[in-house]
Design a protein around this ligand. Structure first.
Ligand SMILES: NC(=O)c1ccc[n+]([C@@H]2O[C@H](COP(=O)([O-])OP(=O)(O)OC[C@H]3O[C@@H](n4cnc5c(N)ncnc54)[C@H](OP(=O)(O)O)[C@@H]3O)[C@@H](O)[C@H]2O)c1
Length: 436
């Protein structure tokens, strides 16, 4: 007998949506296009909304929807079964409303990476104590599957490392700098005018947004509590067009790479502008794309690429989580129940080894290159390749080299010694070569 479901069989899930900005608008438009969205047998119906301003013009009609000035009141409303938090921010109203919903045992769906990266462990404990799902697929890579892939599809593997491009704004800026030969400030200004970058771009260009996302993936992959405070973070503000050109001449492209690695010593979570070989898929993910490499002991290497932001893709990820709520999944929030998560054991980054790119601006005089080479050798850093390119009209000569694998502590010591040489005119530039 065929399985036929009628409208009468469908449970109605009353959804409260807090936050009607880019993602909230995407979700309401999605639910308008697919009324009673019912992939999992239930029906999702919006029964309340909240935002800062009730009167702000919006790309959809909210006049028929119950309005809540306070998202906490929406979360507590007896007419809301599922609370969707799309406000943003690690604390404040987003956290208060999520806590209010979970405390009442209501399922929560959020796109808020800052909240999960910074308070994920305590929220997971609350959610599991109340038997309520807490889902956040949209928080990492927008509509491109990452969270469920790591938490669910790859739970049978032992993930060793994850490396990816997790911030579309930075990827767009770096791509445009290279394509148009333009400075960071120039491209950022244009991105802000076009609405691709926030008025305050710090979260994106400072690497914090990517760090929130890789913190979440590290927790899901390695079975530890998320620990944003342990992440090493460097943004793209200091990436110079000269480095982009020099790296290219050496066969690399500069990307903001977020990575998490597990070793016997613990877990290292980092975000750095890093060099990726030109033919590597991470180097080829241009524009606002996001891309992710996962290396597992059994499955080997996996690569996914797709949009990491935007109303449509992000709303699709939120809707997928609402569908999961309807099927009542009983998984822990992270890889293991909150009480059984391993404490995050941070690796001392100074002990990590890796290859690096170094650029120095030196006086155009004999003996300088020998002095630099000797200084590096004295610090235990061996040179892999070397490039010297006189730049017309520039003060001094830029020299660029890549190193063989070396510890971070030896590398930074070498950079300090070189910075002290009389013939070196500028602060040396250090970029890591991605371990991918
Ligand atoms: N944008 C993306 O592509 C994307 C992708 C992945 C994840 N996310 C995450 O999704 C979340 C939302 O991002 P977004 O881009 O949609 O943000 P957004 O466009 O700035 O919208 C934020 C919404 O929150 C509302 N809001 C702010 N303070 C509030 C308060 N105290 N009470 C009630 N509502 C309040 C705002 O109200 P008003 O409209 O009245 O000002 C606005 O509707 C963030 O956590 C973000 O990191 C975004």
């Amino acid at each position: 007998m065929a399985f036929v479901m009628t409208d009468m069989d469908r449970k109605t899930w009353r959804v409260g949506v807090a936050g009607l900005g880019t993602v909230g608008a995407g979700l309401l438009n999605f639910l308008a296009e697919r009324p009673g969205f019912a992939p999992a047998g239930g029906r999702a119906v919006v029964t309340g909304v909240s935002a800062r301003s009730r009167t702000r013009p919006r790309p959809f009609d909210i006049s028929n929807l119950p309005w809540f000035d306070d998202p906490v009141a929406l979360a507590r409303s007896p007419d809301v079964d599922v609370f969707v938090e799309l406000i943003g921010g690690s604390d404040g109203p987003a956290k208060a409303a999520v806590e209010a919903a979970l405390s009442l045992g209501k399922p929560v769906v959020t796109a808020n990476k800052a909240l999960i990266a910074e308070h994920g462990a305590e929220l997971a404990a609350l959610a599991e104590a109340k038997g309520a799902p807490l889902l956040f697929e949209a928080a990492v890579m927008g509509g491109t599957p990452a969270v469920k892939m790591v938490r669910e599809a790859l739970v049978g593997d032992d993930i060793q490392s994850i490396a990816g491009i997790l911030n579309g704004t930075c990827n767009y800026i770096l791509t445009e700098m290279e394509a148009g030969g333009r400075s960071f400030a120039d491209v950022l200004g244009e991105a802000q005018r076009l609405g691709y970058a926030e008025a305050d771009p710090t979260m994106d260009v400072g690497g914090f947004d990517a760090a929130h996302k890789i913190t979440i993936l590290a927790a899901l992959a390695f079975g530890c509590a998320p620990n944003f405070a342990a992440a090493e973070i460097e943004g793209i503000e200091q990436v110079d067009l000269l480095d982009i050109r020099m790296a290219r001449d050496l066969g690399y492209r500069i990307k903001l790479v977020a990575s998490a690695e597990r070793s016997e010593d613990g877990v290292l979570v980092r975000v750095h502008p890093s060099l990726a070989p030109l033919d590597h898929p991470l180097a080829q993910a241009g524009g606002a794309l996001n891309a992710l490499f996962i290396e597992g002991r059994r499955i080997g290497r996996i690569f996914v690429q797709g949009p990491g932001a935007g109303a449509g893709p992000t709303a699709a990820a939120v809707a997928a989580d609402i569908a999961d709520v309807m099927t009542a999944p009983q998984r822990p929030v992270f890889q293991a129940p909150a009480g059984a998560l391993e404490p995050f054991k941070a690796v001392d980054p100074s002990k990590m080894t890796g290859r690096a790119y170094l650029r120095f601006l030196v006086k155009d005089e004999p003996g300088v290159i020998a002095a630099v080479s000797e200084t590096l050798a004295g610090a235990g850093v061996s040179i892999e390749s070397f490039l010297q390119k006189p730049t017309e009209g520039a003060q001094g000569v830029p020299i660029v080299l890549t190193t063989h694998a070396v510890t971070e502590s030896a590398l930074t010591a070498a950079v300090e010694r070189i910075a002290g040489l009389e013939a070196v005119l500028d602060r040396p530039r250090l970029l890591r070569i991605a371990r991918i």
